[in-house]
Design a protein. Structure first.
Length: 151
């Protein structure tokens, strides 16, 4: 029979794990909704511009202040963007030096192209471990999810 202490420990362990699952599901992602926007060092136009982000660039929301979002990119860099300039169209960015784009969701499908580190792709469809993407030049194909960051 399980003792009170063991049962209580098990109960709190389950609660902790449920909290982790909920936190993982609560990740908010956005993508740049304009040709170019500025990422700033703070929440306002009076803060310095850290860099420009191009259309579709995916970002993880890590904070908010008014109409400003504190975001993190695929390299771990953080800054602030104005909320009306981002949207919910899912995009991904290549996080490896070179990634293959295939005609179907698997390595047995023929190669239709490649994408280099930092290239942004629109998410079209998701499969088990694979994502159908579209490049801005119109190329469409499937890529391994492990090679990409975003949603």
């Amino acid at each position: 029979m399980i003792g009170k202490r063991t049962a209580l420990s098990l109960f709190f362990a389950v609660l902790f794990l449920l909290g982790l699952v909920t936190a993982a599901q609560a990740i908010e992602m956005v993508s740049v909704d304009r040709p170019k926007i500025n990422m700033r060092s703070g929440p306002g136009t009076n803060h310095s511009i850290l860099w420009e982000l191009g259309k579709g660039y995916p970002l993880m929301v890590i904070g908010r202040q008014g109409n400003w979002m504190k975001v993190r990119d695929f390299e771990g860099d953080e800054g602030w963007v104005y909320q009306p300039l981002v949207g919910r169209t899912p995009h991904l960015v290549v996080k490896v030096p070179v990634a293959n784009i295939r005609s179907g969701p698997g390595t047995r499908y023929r190669l239709v192209g490649q994408a280099r580190y930092g290239v942004v792709l629109q998410t079209m469809e998701r499969g088990s471990g694979w994502v159908k993407v579209r490049h801005e030049n119109g190329l469409t194909g499937w890529m391994s999810r492990d090679l990409l960051w975003g949603w």
